[in-house]
Design a protein around this ligand. Structure first.
Ligand code: ARG
Length: 463
């Protein structure tokens, strides 16, 4: 006789129930209840297929379907009693189904195991998150394109080493992030396509002797096809890792932009004004307006990449096929997904609301000898001086200006000629920042016309 407290699902083999600590370490219901809808969808598809292939009767399948719908509505309405003794969402749902419909519930698990069940549920959940990320990225890209279009010809300093390098346009800077998030978008789409194979019917690891139709369940659940190897299907978590690595790269991009917004919104830069809606105040310093949303977005990459690392470590030593280690996949992915979606939405909101301060940007664009390269290029183009020599002459002029505490356009023609005889009045035409950016017409360059061409290309992509 088995002890009453032994498990309903495998009590036949067990004389006693688990220790409380065993139950605590083993149970995943505390978090995998987030996959309830996916679990029920998977079970409905499986039951319908079992009936279609004659493995169970139509009346059992009907009872199962109705019962599952009841369970789903109980969960959705918060009337479901989750039990740790029942370990996970799969057994919680099945046990409740048994209470509702009785014996037919016991036929649902035919030709299936929790190993293919959890792989299927989790894939469905992650797939939804890829779709949410796609939406979030498209919205963010749209907001950046709008900013780029509005300020296609606003001049600002471009930096290398965070030192003034050459003038660029606001639109060009915004479109740089559009490219980054565009690559994230393509990674999302690519990974979603690759992961869209159904593990259902792989059973515990070896497949099943029942005449199941895996094409049918795959199609019912929106998968492109069934997975081709049952051992792989139940032990694969690449889809979760691709989700996390895609999220990590995107979070890194979000973090870089967030960092720029933190710098740009400071009193020292004043490049942007963030809206009140996406800022916070200080409880002690009345003047403060803090870019907290940007700072938190900057931090999210830490926890998202942490999740990626954690799951990599969980998976790296596992022999085929399923091991319980894999239950540790979900919390990492859930947390990363929640925070990725939140960071995308917060960034979109901030970008939509922020104001680029055109005057401050333009003032900063002209300082720091930002047009020194234009001066050197002019000498190469007009005076046919080799670039290395022009670089040297320009360096001497920058040193002269710096010594006097002025900018390059403030030097006189005589000053210029004292360093290089051939320089003419014409040089002053290239020292202005507007001329500088307008001249950078190479494909992908900072000229407003190039920026507008990229804006138009992206608008077409976004539709
Ligand atoms: N809760 C488990 C998980 O999340 C479900 C699969 C259990 N399979 C098993 N053979 N014990 O991975």
């Amino acid at each position: 006789m088995t002890d009453k407290t032994s498990n309903k699902m495998w009590g036949g083999r067990f004389a006693a129930g688990p220790d409380a600590i065993m139950e605590a370490i083993n149970a995943s219901i505390g978090f995998d209840q987030r996959m309830a809808a996916q679990d029920i969808a998977g079970s409905r598809a499986h039951a319908a297929m079992l009936a279609a292939t004659g493995v169970i009767t139509d009346s059992d399948a009907d009872a199962i379907r109705e019962g599952l719908l009841t369970v789903l509505s109980e969960i959705e309405n918060g009337n479901f009693q989750f039990s740790t003794a029942l370990e996970d969402i799969h057994m919680n749902v099945e046990a409740r189904l048994k209470e509702i419909i009785g014996e037919p519930a016991g036929r649902l698990h035919t030709g299936r195991s929790r190993n293919d069940q959890v792989a299927t549920d989790f894939k469905l959940w992650v797939r939804d998150q890829f779709d949410a990320a796609e939406k979030g990225l498209l919205a963010l890209i749209g907001a950046l394109v709008d900013q780029a279009e509005a300020g296609a010809d606003w001049v600002m300093p471009g930096f290398t080493h965070l030192q003034t390098a050459q003038p660029v346009t606001w639109g060009h800077h915004m479109m740089a992030y559009v490219e980054m998030f565009g690559r994230d978008l393509s990674r999302v789409r690519d990974a979603r396509k690759r992961m869209n194979e159904s593990p259902l019917g792989s059973a515990a690891l070896a497949g099943t002797s029942f005449p199941i139709d895996r094409e049918m369940t795959a199609e019912a659940l929106g998968f492109d096809r069934p997975t081709a190897n049952s051992l792989d299907a139940v032990s694969d978590r690449d889809f979760a890792l691709e989700f996390l690595s895609t999220a990590s790269i995107c979070a890194m991009h979000l973090s870089r932009f967030a960092e720029e917004l933190v710098i740009w919104s400071s009193a020292q830069f004043r490049f942007v004004t963030l809206s009140d809606r996406f800022s916070t105040g200080s409880s002690i310093m009345p003047q403060k307006k803090n870019p907290d949303a940007a700072e938190l977005i900057r931090a999210k990459v830490g926890r998202i990449f942490g999740a990626n690392t954690a799951l990599m470590m969980v998976m790296k030593g596992l022999p085929l096929a399923y091991s319980k280690d894999m239950q540790e996949d979900k919390e990492q992915v859930f947390d990363a997904a929640d925070n990725w979606m939140l960071a995308l939405a917060a960034m979109e909101g901030m970008v939509k609301d922020m104001t680029g301060n055109r005057e401050s940007l333009a003032a900063a664009a002209g300082s720091g000898f930002s047009t020194a390269t234009d001066l050197a290029d002019w000498m190469v183009r007009v005076l046919k001086v080799p670039f290395r020599d022009a670089h040297h002459v320009t360096g001497a002029l920058v040193a002269m200006a710096e010594g006097r505490g002025v900018d390059l356009p403030d030097l006189t023609l005589e000053d210029m000629k004292s360093v290089h005889e051939g320089i003419t009045e014409d040089i002053f035409s290239v020292l202005g920042v507007e001329n500088s950016v307008n001249s950078r017409m190479s494909y992908g360059g900072t000229a407003p016309a190039q920026v507008r061409a990229q804006v138009a290309r992206w608008k077409e992509i976004l539709g």
